[in-house]
Design a binder for this molecule. Structure first.
Ligand code: SAM
Length: 458
């Protein structure tokens, strides 16, 4: 039976499972939770995730409900004289690095230069705080996966999967697999639950990748994500050798090609053996179509340049594809936040307020609210406090709380109106999507059988 955390995450985090640790809105880190007891990697606490928001021993991330907020711990490094670790989140991601060199990896210890900086016994952190521990989903995986190539992002793949009609039970061909971003989204779309009876059609993704190293890495990843039974990954140059697996047709009805030259692969996606591809099939092993003969095939190709689109469309026309259409997804992210009267963001006054540090400040608001609630429970102390309108609404007695906070010595700040802003730096063009349909073919016999079943053509 399927135990993939992407399909059935359960309610709590598990040892050896994959979790996505969210540091801030756009900073997510995949972590394979280890239940190491005792010293590990030099830490008395066992495995530790070090971030710019503090240190999080895996033991504090295991066995908690998904979505939990986890506080940073004081971590005993277990030894002196260790070189300083660079923490996750210290610098921006180095995305799209073809060789994955910039991939943000959990637990990856990076020694900075050669300076012999000595850590104190209790690790100190730039700013201690909290993280959220989230269940793996294709969307979160896309946002946190180790990049080995350019990847397809959520706004594109949600539209693509809808247009190629991927749904439970669909058999889908994808090439190339690349970093597996699209693969994870498509496997969830096609999954229709195991175990099924033998006569049920099993949704499955047939994925192809010709780059040896990427193929190997992806194989390991699929295994550790419990997706072996649902994705069949083949090491293959699909331009040359097409899409059948050990001579057997995947019987696919949905296809996604993220390749530099989709027109080279299209002749293999025919219903009858293409004359131009002499290498396909022999007399002993005749060529079979990789497509489901009982259904129309829905295809999408993904190309960054218009010249690639032109060649692809031309090949599609020659090969009998219809309903050819090109679409570009122009995604725009809108930032929503509250303007503040008496700005009291936990960033320095006079600092340059970028969307990133405003968002970080907004994230810290939740922590501040929590402290306020704690204060309301445990009596007065001194300090400064912000009251969010929602908190006031929740407590039903905003004014009384405001007065209590002021009486307790808190300086109270009031939030202003809600602001929405387009984010200028979001890149809009990823690729052009070309969609097309290859209708199913009807033999005389099938036509007669269908007419007999539905005499009115219904
Ligand atoms: N869609 C992937 C994702 O979301 O992570 C990214 C795909 S990446 C842009 C393109 C991949 O196609 C590369 O990994 C490349 O090695 C592979 N590729 C290129 N030509 C190929 C071919 N002829 N057969 C199989 N794979 C190929």
């Amino acid at each position: 039976s399927i135990v993939s955390p992407f399909l059935k995450p359960g309610t709590v985090t598990k040892p050896h499972g994959l979790a996505i640790v969210q540091l801030s809105r756009d900073n997510l880190v995949p972590v394979y939770l280890q239940d190491t007891k005792g010293a590990h990697d030099g830490y008395a606490e066992g495995a530790v995730v070090n971030t710019r928001y503090g240190s999080f021993p895996h033991s504090t991330l295991i066995g908690v409900p998904w979505g939990s907020q986890i506080r940073a711990s004081n971590v005993d490094t277990g030894s002196r004289g260790r070189k300083r670790k660079r923490n996750i989140g210290d610098e921006g991601g180095n995305e799209d690095a073809e060789d994955g060199a910039g991939a943000k990896q959990a637990n990856k210890e990076e020694v900075e230069g050669n300076d012999e900086q000595v850590l104190p016994k209790k690790a100190t952190t730039a700013s201690s705080g909290f993280v959220h521990v989230l269940p793996p989903t294709p969307e979160l995986w896309t946002a946190s996966l180790p990049h080995r190539t350019q990847v397809v992002y959520t706004p594109d793949y949600s539209f693509i999967l809808h247009r190629i009609r991927a749904r439970p039970g669909t058999r889908l061909i994808e090439a190339g697999a690349g970093s597996g971003s699209f693969t994870h989204a498509s496997v969830r779309a096609c999954y229709n639950g195991y175990p099924l009876s033998d006569t049920d059609r099993k949704g499955k993704v047939f994925s192809f990748e010709y780059h040896e190293q990427r193929f190997q890495k992806m194989k390991v990843e699929l295994s550790s994500h419990g997706l072996d039974g649902l994705v069949h990954l083949t090491h293959r140059d699909v331009y040359k050798d097409g899409f059948n697996v050990n001579g057997v047709s995947p019987e696919a009805e949905a296809i996604f090609l993220d390749l530099p030259a989709p027109w080279e692969a299209l002749p293999h996606l025919s219903r009858s053996r293409p004359a131009s591809k002499q290498s396909l099939g022999t007399e002993e092993n005749p060529w079979v179509s990789p497509l489901n003969p009982r259904k129309s095939a829905h295809l999408c190709t993904f190309s960054p340049c218009i010249e690639q689109v032109t060649k692809t469309v031309s090949a599609m026309r020659r090969l009998g594809w219809v309903n050819i259409e090109m679409v570009e997804i122009c995604n725009r992210r809108i930032q929503v936040f509250r303007d503040r009267v008496g700005l009291n963001l936990p960033v320095e006054r006079g600092a340059n307020l970028t969307p990133a540090n405003v968002m970080e400040a907004v994230a810290r608001q939740a922590e501040i609210e929590e402290r306020f609630k704690e204060h309301a429970r445990s009596g007065p102390s001194t300090g400064e406090m912000e009251i969010d309108e929602d908190v006031e609404a929740d407590t039903k007695d905003g004014e009384a709380i405001r007065a209590a906070a002021a009486a307790a010595g808190y300086k109270v700040w009031k939030e202003g109106k809600l602001i929405t802003k387009g984010e200028a730096e979001v890149k809009t063009h990823t690729s052009y999507l070309v969609f097309a349909v290859l209708p199913r073919e009807w033999s005389e016999k099938e036509e007669a059988a269908a007419s007999a079943r539905w005499p009115c053509g219904g």
